[in-house]
Design a binder for this molecule. Sequence first.
Ligand code: ATP
Length: 270
Amino acid sequence: ARAQSMEITEKPAVAYTDIGGIDEQVREVREAVEQPLAEPELFDEVGIDPPSGVLLYGPPGTGKTMLAKAVANETDATFIKMAGSELVRKFIGEGSRLVRDLFEMARERQPAIIFIDEIDAIATRRTESKTSGDAEVQRTMMQLLSEMDGFEARGEVRIIAATNRFDMLDRAILRPGRFDRLIEVPEPDAEGREQILEIHTRTMNVSDDVDFAALAADTDGYSGADIESLATEAGMFAIRNDRDEVSHQDFTEALEKIEEDDSSDVVSSA
Ligand code: ATP
């Protein structure tokens, strides 16, 4: 059961060029995670320790997991992912045990990137959480921090965490030596959405009439994940209409369908 809660990938199939609209964040992650792994001597020469842990925060579906996978790919590091919610366990000591296993696995497979998604599940401010499992969750968090304190800053295991709820985080995890490099991954702007559209249609047979800039302008508030669904939906329209080429109209119809589905969600949940 323990191994099941971890996702281990030898070489995740994500490249930096698959990530659109967040070039600055890619640059920051490379500096904080890739460079210490690839060129540790730079840090030795200057005499500083690289950031201990990197925290990616921002709305869902904006590319945080992709970023972590791309660094692992680029550095030939094993990618080990665990969701914070998996670390919340019923039995005493079980969460801490999982954290120890996680770091042990990373040391065995180094170079490795540990990615903890939804870190907020174990690092919520105490005033915010009222659940009875509180003390146990707190212990799991302490175990994580102590593992981080214990490993070599210039070593071959790097840790990245992600959250959609930065405001709820226990500030203790942000202290120096812990998650001391914060990188905000925002919703994409129009230019970013256009880049993401281009990425997700790279392998699609799209007709010349598709106006990516116009579609980007019409998708305000869409995340990268939303744009990926839009591209797939447009492809479905082409198939439905017996075409092997996806037209601009397929995209606009897909957009309409998504907007309709969204508004009926609101109605049905009201
Ligand atoms: P969550 O907070 O929900 O875990 P996340 O920020 O980790 O989300 P990802 O898992 O990285 O989001 O993205 C989900 C999918 O959406 C990706 O597999 C990708 O197809 C698409 N996507 C998201 N952001 C981008 C982006 N910036 N560029 C290209 N594709 C993106």
